[in-house]
Write a protein that binds this ligand. Structure first.
Ligand code: TYD
Ligand code: MG
Length: 460
């Protein structure tokens, strides 16, 4: 039996230390070190030694002489998924799909398996789950209408036993659900620790790549967006996609973080329903209500998710707070960003908002990360303050700076084309927007330089 020794490892970034420390020296996370046992060997880690050996005989080659492997893809027929994967799953690739528990990762991959049973009936599929029992998985597959002669389910958490079955079955498509429940016997630390995740992924990568198996690993992500632990494996895999959404809403976004065989700007949109995930083919107006009905405090904007424009509605409520010290509450946009926009209104629109409670909400549960909708937030605040409804055919686009200036937004041409196409009538945006783009549109464009210029147009 090999000797083991105890070290401490940061469960956030994988940094190792001989002593326990309160704050990680690498990622500065507090209280993240846990005791793990590793095999003691002279001259470092034995696994790492074997990694070095494998590449020892490689010699430099001229770039012209290197044979280009043709990238072959499998189209699953789930258009949103295929687009995110860069036009289909690259054959032989190893991918990671991350997301919070319960978001629908297992459901998505089960549906992908289902499509493969139809597209490639001769393919052997192995779905390894350490999370659910065989009958639970079978129940889910029945609910989703997934079946097939070559579709195998394995309930197993021990990596060595999984590897044995992979070698026996030699599947063409493999899913490991999830990396946090899979553990190797040769590593003394518990399943889900950074050491286990790293080593099991490394073994899995060797196994899948040597046999040319197209594989997916599922990894859980914590609320703050880290695939707890699996962050350390992102560099090993060919593609990383995140499945995200709002637990109170039905929509789900599939976002690419890394793709060695395609671009990383794509987003797929799905809706979770009783019988599985449904693709949202025409998402641009998915998040907005049809009519404003004369209500004030509502304004429209458009943001780019990947390469696709999405229309969003921003709602604001500004109500007097007689005691002063107004509250600021947001949903879907950063609270600090709102604080800044409110300060800009106070200073440059000369409107005192100190005695006002302010609530801002992005309809549909979408989270806005870009600043393209700053102007729209300001418009809905002013609309609520003055109790004046905005026109539902008017769109607000622009980032607002600290001096109250309206800046132009990146990739405005894509957004404006869509706005034009969907027959909006008017867009309020930066004066500095490229006139060439604007000339091609049938829209009335109101170009403003500073937010105080908004006064001239009697919008509020
Ligand atoms: P699941 O795929 O198990 O999530 P994950 O693997 O990411 O943890 O699915 C989670 C939720 O989706 C679960 O609460 C039930 C719901 N669901 C549906 O609404 N419809 C369906 O058809 C399925 C299979 C699940
Ligand atoms: Mg699951």
């Amino acid at each position: 039996m090999a000797k083991t020794k105890t070290i401490y490892e940061c469960q956030h970034c994988g940094h190792q230390s001989a002593k326990w420390v309160g704050k990680c020296v690498e990622c500065e996370m507090w209280n993240s070190y846990e005791e793990v046992s590793v095999l003691a060997s002279k001259g470092g880690n034995s696994v790492q030694q074997s990694r070095v050996k494998a590449l020892e005989n490689n010699k430099p080659k001229k770039i012209e002489e290197i044979r280009l492997d043709k990238v072959e893809r499998l189209k699953t027929g789930i258009a949103e998924f295929d687009r995110v994967m860069g036009g289909g799953i690259t054959l032989g690739s190893l991918n990671l799909i991350g997301g919070e528990p319960g978001i629908g990762k297992s459901t998505l991959l089960m549906e992908v398996c289902g499509k493969i049973t139809r597209e490639k009936p001769e393919w052997k599929i192995l779905y390894v789950s350490g999370e659910e029992s065989e009958s639970q998985i079978a129940q889910r597959s029945q609910r989703l209408g997934v079946r097939g002669d070559n579709f195998y389910i394995l309930h197993q958490t021990c990596w060595e036993k999984i590897a044995e079955q992979i070698n026996k079955l030699s599947p063409d498509f493999l899913v490991v659900d999830s990396i946090q429940t899979t553990a190797s016997e040769s590593i003394p630390s518990a399943a889900g620790t950074v050491t286990q995740i790293r080593e099991v992924t490394y073994e899995l990568m060797n196994c899948a790549k040597s046999q040319g198996i197209t594989s997916f690993i599922i990894g859980h992500v914590t609320k703050d967006g880290n695939i707890s632990g699996p962050k350390v494996l992102e560099h090993m895999v060919d593609g990383v996609v995140y499945f995200e959404g709002d637990q109170y809403n039905y929509y789900r976004l599939l976002r690419v973080l890394k793709n060695r065989f395609g671009n990383t700007h794509e987003v797929g949109i799905f809706e979770m329903q009783e019988d599985g995930l449904r693709e949202v083919h025409n998402p641009s107006q998915y998040f907005i209500e049809k009519s404003f009905d004369g209500a004030f405090g509502r304004s429209l904007s458009c943001v780019l998710e990947g390469t696709r424009p999405l229309f969003v509605e921003i709602q604001a409520l500004v109500v007097e707070n007689k005691f002063g010290n107004g509250r600021r509450t947001t949903h879907g946009i950063d609270q600090n960003r709102l604080a800044m926009l409110v300060a800009v209104i106070e200073k440059y629109y000369e409107l005192p908002l100190f005695y006002q409670d302010i609530y801002v909400n992005v309809v549909g549960g979408l989270k806005l990360t870009q600043r393209d909708s700053d102007l729209s937030v300001i418009a809905s605040l002013l609309s609520s303050y003055y109790k004046k409804p905005l026109n539902e055919k008017t769109l607000f686009l622009g980032e607002v700076g600290l001096t109250g200036e309206i800046r132009k937004i990146p990739m405005a041409n894509i957004i404006l084309k869509e706005v034009d196409l969907l027959q909006y009538e008017r867009v309020v945006t930066s004066k500095r927007m490229d006139p060439k783009i604007l000339a091609e549109l049938n829209l009335e464009v109101i170009g403003v330089e500073k937010i105080s210029d908004l006064r001239d147009y009697e919008l509020f």
